[in-house]
Design a protein around this ligand. Structure first.
Ligand code: SAH
Length: 362
C-alpha cells in the first residue's frame, strides 16, 4: 500500500474543505499521529533540529527547580502537591530540577509528578530519563488535580498553533494555507471586522500582522485558577514578547531556518509567545513582570553555580561549560530573546528571580 505523505494529505484536505488556517496547518504538521513532527521523533539536540536551554546546561533546570522549591517552602510546604511540566521534551529539565531539589526537606515526598505531553515518542524518552520517579502523563491541563500546583514550561507555548490576521482598513484578512498547482502557498481571506481584535485597531497600521494563539489563553486560565485557588506557582519560559506584532511563524530544520510550507512534518514550526495574552488569561493568579531569561538566571545565582561547577572542570569540558553559561544568559544569545513569566497566588510574593510588573527596570 502506498504511504500518503503529509503534503498529499494537506493538499487533499484543502481540495475538499478549502484553505486551512495556519493553526490547522500547524496541528497537522506537528501532531498528526502518523507523520507529525513531534508525534514521530525526538527533535532535540545537536543531531536534531534545535537545542533548548535545559539541553544547553544542567544549570537551567537546577535554578528553575530551586525557584519553585523556594516558593513551595514560602507557602508552608503543602503536601501533597502537583509538580507539573508541559512539553518536557527529553525530560532533561525535570531530571535536573529533581536532582537539585533532593536536599529540600519533604519536597520529593510531597510531590506528585505530572507530565503534559502529546508525543508518544517523547513520552518514552521521558520515562527513561525519569526512571527513578513515577510520573503520570496526560495531554489535558484540565486533568491537573485540584491541589497546590508548581508548574514549569520551557519552549512549550511556542509550539501551540497560531492564527495570523493582517490589518486591512478597519478589518482583518486571515492568512491561510492553500494550493497553487501542487505547491502549498499562503493566501489572504476577504477582510472582515473582528470584535476580538477591536483593541488592536489602536496599535496597528494597514498591512500589520497580528497573531492569536487560540489554545494559550484557556491553558493559562486553568493554571491561574489552580494556583489562585489551591496555591502554587508557575514559570513560563519562551521566546516572545509583550503583545504580538508581526509575522513570527517560523520553521527550523537541522538548526537552519526553512520555509514553513516546504516540508510539512519534517521541520519544527513555532511562533513567538504573546506574554500579555498569558498574563491576562491567568487572572486571578498574579503575573510577574515579563523578565528576560538572562536577568532571571543571574538573579537566581547562575553565575555562582557556574563557577562552582567550573572548579571541577578543565580543557574542552571547561570551555563548553563557559560557552553554555554565556549561551543561556548573554543578550546576544538566549538572554534577551527568551522571557520568563511567573504566576503566584494574589496574596503571595512573586517567584524568586521575577519582580512586580509595576517595576519598569526589567
Ligand atoms: N521543554 C523541552 C522541549 C521543548 S519542545 C525543552 O525545553 O527541551 C516542545 C515540547 O512540547 C515537546 O515535548 C512536544 O512534544 C510538546 N508539545 C508540543 N505541542 C504539544 C501539545 N499540544 N500538547 C502537549 N505537548 C505538546
Amino acid at each position: 500500500m502506498e504511504v500518503t505523505s503529509l503534503t498529499d494529505r494537506i493538499r487533499q484536505r484543502i481540495s475538499l474543505q478549502g484553505p486551512l488556517t495556519i493553526a490547522d496547518y500547524m496541528y497537522i504538521c506537528l501532531l498528526d499521529p502518523d507523520h507529525g513532527y513531534y508525534a514521530t521523533r525526538d527533535p532535540l539536540g545537536t543531531k536534531g533540529d534545535f537545542i533548548t536551554a535545559p539541553e544547553v546546561s544542567q544549570m537551567f533546570g537546577e535554578v528553575v527547580g530551586l525557584a519553585l522549591a523556594q516558593a513551595w517552602m514560602d507557602q508552608g510546604s503543602p503536601s501533597p502537591f502537583t509538580l507539573a511540566e508541559a512539553g518536557p521534551g527529553r525530560g532533561t529539565l525535570m531530571a535536573d530540577l529533581l536532582r537539585a531539589t533532593r536536599g529540600v526537606p519533604g519536597f520529593h515526598d510531597a510531590m506528585r509528578l505530572v507530565l503534559i505531553e502529546a508525543s508518544p515518542t517523547l513520552r518514552n524518552i521521558q520515562a527513561d530519563t525519569l526512571a527513578d520517579y513515577t510520573p503520570a502523563w496526560t495531554t489535558s491541563f484540565d486533568d491537573l488535580p485540584k491541589r497546590p500546583l508548581y508548574f514549569v514550561a520551557n519552549e512549550f507555548f511556542d509550539a501551540l498553533p497560531i492564527r495570523q490576521f493582517q490589518r486591512q482598513g478597519q478589518g482583518w484578512a486571515e492568512r491561510v494555507v492553500t494550493t497553487d498547482g501542487d505547491a502549498l502557498t499562503f493566501a489572504l481571506t476577504t477582510p472582515l471586522p473582528l470584535p476580538e481584535l477591536a483593541h488592536r485597531l489602536d496599535d496597528t497600521a494597514d498591512g500589520d500582522v497580528v497573531e492569536v494563539c487560540p489554545d494559550a489563553a484557556p491553558i493559562a486560565a486553568t493554571l491561574g485558577q489552580r494556583i489562585a485557588t489551591h496555591g502554587g506557582a508557575a514559570l513560563i519560559i519562551d521566546y516572545g514578547d509583550w503583545r504580538s506584532k508581526g509575522d513570527t511563524f517560523q520553521a527550523v530544520q537541522a538548526h537552519q531556518p526553512v520555509s514553513p510550507l516546504d516540508a510539512p512534518g519534517e521541520a519544527d514550526l513555532t511562533a513567538h509567545v504573546d506574554f500579555e495574552a498569558l498574563a491576562l488569561a491567568a487572572t486571578p493568579a498574579k503575573p510577574s513582570a515579563m523578565t528576560p531569561q538572562g536577568v532571571f538566571l543571574e538573579r537566581l545565582g547562575i553565575t555562582a553555580r557556574a563557577e562552582a561547577l567550573a572548579r571541577r572542570m578543565s580543557g574542552d569540558a571547561l570551555q563548553s561549560h563557559i560557552a553554555a553559561h554565556r549561551r543561556l544568559t548573554h543578550p546576544q544569545e538566549m538572554g534577551t530573546l527568551f522571557k520568563v513569566l511567573g504566576l503566584t497566588p494574589p496574596d503571595q510574593p512573586h517567584l524568586a528571580g521575577t519582580t512586580d510588573p509595576g517595576r519598569t527596570t526589567e
